[in-house]
Design a protein around this ligand. Structure first.
Ligand code: PEP
Length: 251
C-alpha cells in the first residue's frame, strides 16, 4: 500500500436520523477538536439531513455525503435525488451500490456505474460498494464476484480523486460478524490488483475501505490489514462516542 493514501472513515446512517440525532455530529465535531487524526472523516445521513448536518459540523474536518443518487441530473423520477442535488446541499461524497440497494432495489453493476458516473459529473466522490454474499463465500466465489462487480461498477473517468471502493462482505453488514484479518487482506489485495488493471496508474492510489460490523474494539486490527485504507461504518457511526473510537484507529 503506498504510504501516500489518506484513509477515510465514513459513516453510513442508513434510514436513521432525526432532528434529535443532530446532537451526535455536533458532539463528534466537538470531540474532534482534541483529536489529531490522519484520516478524512465523512458522515452520510439520509439526504433530508444533509444540509443540517453540514451546518452542525461547520468549522470541523467532518465532511457530509449522500447514501445514493439517481443517474440523471433532474427529471421525472419521483422520490429520487440526483448527485447535483446532494452537491447543492453540501455533500462532497455519495455512496453507490451499497448491498442494501443492490438487494432491495435490484441495482445491477451497470446501474451502479451510471450512478458513480453521475457523482463524478456533479463533482462528488463516489464510494462504490462491492461484496459477496455468504453463499458466494461458502461456494469459493468471493474473488470472482468482486472482480465481476468491479468490472461492471467502475465507470470510465474514475480516478483516485473521484472514486473510493468499499469492500463490504454482505454477511458482515449489520450482523456483528466480521471478516478475519486474513480474509480482509486477501479481498483487499485482490481489489487493489483489479482496480490497477481497470484504472491504470490511479489504482494503486485509490482508497479501499472495509465495511461490515466495524466497531471501536476491532477497528485497529481491521484497519491494519493489507490494502485497507479506511472503513465504511453503519451502526457504530450513529453514536459519536462509538464513531470516534473507530476514527482513533488512525491517530
Ligand atoms: C454499512 O452499512 O455499510 C455497514 C458496514 O454497516 P455495519 O457497520 O452496521 O455492519
Amino acid at each position: 500500500m503506498p504510504q501516500t493514501i489518506k484513509p477515510l472513515v465514513a459513516g453510513n446512517w442508513k434510514m436513521n436520523g432525526s432532528t434529535a440525532m443532530l446532537k451526535e455530529p455536533r458532539l463528534l465535531a466537538a470531540m474532534m477538536r482534541d483529536v489529531k487524526t490522519k484520516c478524512d472523516i465523512l458522515v452520510c445521513p439520509p439526504a433530508i439531513l444533509t444540509r443540517r448536518i453540514k451546518g452542525v459540523v461547520k468549522g470541523s474536518k467532518i465532511k457530509v455525503g449522500g447514501q445514493d443518487c439517481h443517474a440523471a441530473a433532474s427529471g421525472a423520477h419521483t422520490g429520487d435525488i440526483s448527485a447535483e442535488m446532494l452537491q447543492d446541499a453540501g455533500a462532497t461524497y455519495v455512496i453507490v451500490g451499497h448491498s442494501e440497494r443492490r438487494t432491495n432495489h435490484k441495482e445491477s453493476d451497470a446501474t451502479v456505474a451510471a450512478k458513480a458516473k453521475a457523482a463524478h459529473r456533479a463533482g462528488l466522490i463516489a464510494i462504490i460498494c462491492i461484496g459477496e454474499t455468504l453463499e458466494q463465500r461458502k461456494g469459493g466465489q468471493t474473488l470472482a464476484v468482486l472482480s465481476e462487480q468491479l468490472k461492471g461498477s467502475i465507470p470510465e473517468g474514475s480516478n483516485a480523486a473521484n472514486t473510493v471502493i468499499a469492500y463490504e462482505p454482505v454477511w458482515a453488514i449489520g450482523t456483528g460478524l466480521t471478516a478475519s484479518t486474513a480474509e480482509v487482506a486477501e479481498a483487499h489485495t485482490h481489489v487493489r490488483n483489479d482496480i490497477s488493471k481497470i484504472m491504470g496508474e490511479e489504482g494503486p492510489k485509490t482508497r479501499i475501505l472495509y465495511g461490515g460490523s466495524v466497531k471501536p474494539s476491532n477497528a485497529v486490527e481491521l484497519m491494519g490489514a493489507a490494502n485497507v485504507n479506511g472503513a465504511l461504518v453503519g451502526g457504530a457511526s450513529l453514536k459519536a462516542a462509538d464513531f470516534i473510537g473507530i476514527i482513533k484507529a488512525y491517530m
